[in-house]
Design a binder for this molecule. Structure first.
Ligand code: 13P
Length: 271
């Protein structure tokens, strides 16, 4: 082994060790102000300490970002995320919220490309690519969502579909930016349906994503990127999903609206 190889090896080991395990909540468009406050308070009460290799991220609606950030401020291991940002940096875009605004409030995470936004807001790969750039320009870590519809799962090549989603939107990112990314694989047919991908199906896709990242950016970067599974994750199935080697946690919708359920998911993160 030459010196460079040894350095690469050590860096690789370090990043392998450091890859965070993440329980991320996506509240979507749910809860009123008081319910939101109460839910965060309950989750904090039920999880007074979070192991240092774990991270809990709660993606709340825009109006709750500030309140939620204050509630978690003294709780290491917790962070608040936005569910979206606009694909332009500022200007006459009534009703939109920029990455710059989020950063100015201290927000450090933002979902990008959730399938519901791709479907209902017709978000395009080019727009998602711009959002990623804007997040990185503001030191916001994007949680980039991908995942195939049922038709592709039943009669297409789901891994190829997801690889395309990644290459279309990640193309303009530098390797340094890619290394900061979080990816969430959410098969659309499993979202809110109670149908979870089997642990084997999820691991197969996560491995395909990791292999794509390895072949495109190298193993050091690929090994550093947390890849989360989303789609009907519950307290009683999180364990089976999270024990897979390429699954680094979950992005949770429905079950994150209940403190007991979400806490069980947090506690299922591998130690
Ligand atoms: P469910 O957990 O409700 O299936 O939602 C998953 C999701 O879309 C998280 O972003």
């Amino acid at each position: 082994m030459g010196r460079k190889d040894v350095e690469n090896y050590l860096f690789n080991q370090l990043t392998m060790v450091m890859r965070k395990k993440i329980a991320a909540a996506n509240w979507k468009m749910n809860l009123n102000w008081n319910e939101a406050k109460e839910l965060i308070t309950q989750v904090l009460d039920q999880n007074p300490t979070i192991p240092s290799l774990h991270q809990v991220i709660i993606a709340v609606p825009f109006p709750y970002l500030d309140m939620a950030s204050h509630l978690i401020a003294e709780h290491p291991g917790f962070a608040i995320a936005a569910q979206n940002c606009y694909h332009k940096s500022s200007g006459a875009y009534t009703g939109e919220v920029s990455a710059t605004m989020l950063a100015s409030m201290g927000i450090r995470y933002c979902l990008v490309g959730h399938s519901e936004r791709r479907e209902y807001q017709q978000e395009t790969p080019a727009q998602l690519s711009d959002k990623l750039q804007l997040c990185f320009s503001q030191a916001i870590t994007p949680v980039f969502c991908c995942g195939e519809p049922l038709t592709i799962r039943e009669s297409g090549d789901p891994c190829d579909y997801v690889r395309n989603q990644l290459s279309e939107s990640l193309l303009s990112l530098t390797p340094e930016q890619i290394a900061q990314l979080i990816i969430a694989y959410e098969p659309i047919w499993a979202i809110g349906t109670g149908k979870t991908a089997s642990a084997a199906q999820a691991q197969e896709m996560h491995l395909a994503i990791r292999n794509y990242l390895t072949s495109t950016y190298g193993s050091v970067i690929a090994d550093a990127i947390p890849i989360l599974y989303g789609g009907s994750v519950k307290g009683n199935n999180a364990d089976a999903i999270f024990t897979n080697p390429d699954i680094d946690g979950g992005l949770v919708g429905g079950a994150s609206l209940n403190a007991v359920e979400f806490s069980a998911i947090i506690k299922a993160l591998p130690q």
